[in-house]
Design a protein around this ligand. Structure first.
Ligand code: MF3
Ligand code: CO
Length: 249
């Protein structure tokens, strides 16, 4: 069941989203060779707690950290650890903010120091695909239009899309209906209505789309060890068009 949100509720989610976005902006300057993903995780957790918010991923389905931190061939749900980031790495940091009971979710890929052109291209294409999906998040469009926009962009750029992880409705809970696939056909699937709030969060791999799980039981990695990037925003669907609740300024 899709829980539609009122304007007031969307406003609350936007407050959570703004806080999340400002935390990502702070992270942008912290992601440097020498720092660990555990230090970044602790930064995020304190940042949120100091501002009266909570890291909603911590404790969710037993997940032990505020953030997911996925480096290079790690696809998503990477566990923060004491490994030091190196020049040329790429890292995706994903977290969910709970502010006054309303949630927002956003993941962003960052380059560490100076990164290769191939890494930059993968990141740029993944980000652009997310925005192409967001463009389709219009009242009267259908979920397949979002998937189609993302899939056709990936194909054009020669990247593969991880199918196992999808976007989702969000509100008082991290994962609500509907499921938002990043592949699809135009004019298929659920019709988008005013008041739906969803995430769009494509993951692109440089190589094959297949993934496997690390022995920690959380971290997904690419099967062929190729690089992976992800961008995610939380989007409200309104008569005036999509509003990106987690937009960074
Ligand atoms: N932020 C993730 C998403 O985009 C949710 C991660 S769930 C966790 O759906 F348990 F791994 F934290
Ligand atoms: Co997320």
């Amino acid at each position: 069941m899709i829980k539609l949100k009122s304007q007031k509720q969307i406003e609350k989610m936007r407050e959570a989203g703004k806080l999340l976005a400002s935390c990502h902006q702070a992270l942008r300057n912290l992601v440097k060779p020498g720092i660990t993903t555990l230090e970044l995780d602790q930064f995020v957790e304190s940042f949120l707690l100091e501002r009266g918010a909570k890291p909603a991923q911590k404790g969710y389905m037993g997940y032990p950290f505020a953030t997911c931190a996925s480096v290079n061939h790690e696809v998503c749900h990477g566990l923060p650890n004491k490994n030091v980031l190196k020049n040329g790495d790429i890292i995706t940091i994903d977290f969910v903010v709970n502010l006054n009971g309303w949630l927002a979710d956003s993941a962003w890929s960052y380059g560490v120091g100076t990164i290769s052109q191939e890494s930059q291209r993968l990141m740029d294409a993944t980000k652009k695909a997310m925005y192409k999906g967001i463009e389709q998040a219009q009242v009267g469009n259908r979920l397949g239009d979002i998937g189609y926009a993302i899939q056709s962009y990936a194909e054009k750029k020669g990247y593969s899309i991880v199918k196992e992880f999808i976007g989702h409705g969000i509100g008082r809970n991290i994962h609500e209906d509907p499921q938002v696939h990043h592949v699809g056909e135009r004019n298929t699937g659920t019709t988008l209505k005013e008041g739906m709030v969803i995430t769009i969060e494509p993951i692109f791999n440089k190589g094959m789309p297949y993934i496997t799980m690390k022995s920690d039981g959380w971290t997904s990695v690419t099967f062929d060890r190729s690089l992976s990037a992800q961008y995610e925003h939380t989007i409200a669907i309104t008569k005036e068009g999509p509003i990106i609740l987690t937009e960074q300024f």
